[in-house]
Design a protein around this ligand. Structure first.
Ligand code: AMP
Ligand code: MG
Length: 362
């Protein structure tokens, strides 16, 4: 199939810009669109065939439920049963925005959309293009991240084109996603409320509304074989992975630079290309060390993910950075760990998975 690419400028858009996309969605077809977190792959949440198409286009296991996107809080009553008071308190504070809430689903949501579960995940995004698309189509839009299953999520239309071109009807190009990591997911069906996936809305922020909120234990998981199974089905799969093998190093910063450099140098010595996932602060150190090698570090690719002083920059660049290593065809990638405080919890959750839990302590 030929995928239509439609550029839309959020600062200057009209209903006409959305006419074709809205029509496609109402017909059960698929449209990828930008949100403030990552790009989503949208279909009619009420249409089981559309959901099945989403799974097929992504190559996603069909037990992995989709998030339903709405543009109006009133929709909660239609999509969910027994909406708890906490949902309104959270919506008041964080919607529209990067927070997804899980509640009991109403009958109008087919099991195909919820991966067979009797709960549904709902989010009201803040991105103007996402909101307008939902409004113009007049239906709630089921949308997982718009990447091929297992690969890093997509934060630019180019990423979506890379993964899904020819497999879906349309991609709306609205520029880069600001946040760059998927939404925080909270499960309101359990007590205390649990965070199933960390994101831009941190546990500290949630505690201001729900003081006893806790993490699902799987969120903090650092070991591959520790028997803790994630409660969000999607969190149990290999995820976010670049094509090359990624190892991340944790410890005092001098020791980390030393370890990352040595691991990279060893691969260069063996004649292999190698990637270094670097913070802005450490990048120069890697570069100058590589320059001192007889081969001047030829075959090593340094990608700067962001500044340690600015976690938001790391979140915004992480997936793009992992995808750039794929483009550079580096079979091995070595990288730094970041702190797990605040937004760092979400960054490290994704990075640890991208590395398949391969963390070296130095
Ligand atoms: P994605 O849209 O790719 O960010 O993936 C959606 C995430 O939400 C996956 O990790 C799903 O497992 C999770 N999710 C969606 N609906 C539910 C639900 N009803 N219960 C638990 N997790 C859910
Ligand atoms: Mg995803």
């Amino acid at each position: 199939m030929e995928t239509i690419i439609r550029k839309i400028d959020a600062a200057n858009m009209t209903s006409d810009d959305f006419a074709e996309a809205a029509k496609l969605l109402r017909e059960g077809k698929l449209v990828a669109f930008p949100t403030e977190t990552v790009y989503g792959l949208g279909g009619d949440a009420f249409d089981p065939t559309a959901s099945a198409r989403i799974y097929a286009a992504k190559g996603r296991p069909s037990d992995n439920p989709l998030i339903v996107h709405i543009a109006d809080i009133a929709e909660l009553e239609r999509l969910c049963l027994n909406v708890p008071e906490a949902a309104y308190l959270l919506a008041d504070k964080f919607w529209p925005g990067p927070l997804t809430m899980i509640m009991k689903k109403a009958d109008c949501i087919p099991k195909e959309t919820t991966g067979g579960l009797d709960t549904v995940a709902v989010r009201m995004p803040s991105h103007p293009i996402a909101r307008r698309l939902i409004q113009e189509s007049g239906i709630p839009i089921a949308a997982p991240s718009a990447n091929a299953s297992g690969r890093p999520s997509t934060t630019k239309a180019e990423h979506v084109i890379e993964d899904l071109s020819g497999r879906i009807e349309m991609i709306i190009d609205g520029g880069s996603s600001d946040i760059g990591l998927e939404s925080t997911i909270v499960d309101l069906t359990c007590s205390p409320v649990q965070i199933l996936r960390p994101g831009y809305i941190t546990i500290e922020m949630l505690k201001e509304v729900i003081p006893d909120v806790v993490y699902d234990r799987a969120v903090l998981k650092r070991e591959k074989n520790d028997n803790i199974v994630a409660r969000a089905p999607g969190m149990k799969y290999r995820h976010y992975a670049p094509k090359g093998e990624l190892v991340i190093y944790e410890g005092e910063s001098r020791a980390v630079v030393e370890a990352v450099y040595s691991a990279a140098a060893e691969k260069l010595d063996g004649g292999s290309r190698v990637g270094i996932l670097a913070s802005e602060e450490m990048a120069r150190e890697y570069r100058s060390r590589l320059d001192r090698r007889p081969d001047k570090g030829f075959g090593a690719v340094i990608e700067v993910v962001g500044s340690r002083e600015n976690e938001e920059s790391i979140a915004a660049n992480l997936f793009d950075c992992l995808r750039r290593f794929d483009a550079e065809e580096t079979p091995f990638i070595f990288g730094e760990c970041f702190t797990s405080d605040n937004l760092g919890a979400a960054i490290m959750n994704r990075l640890v998975k991208a590395a398949g839990y391969h963390i070296e302590k130095v």
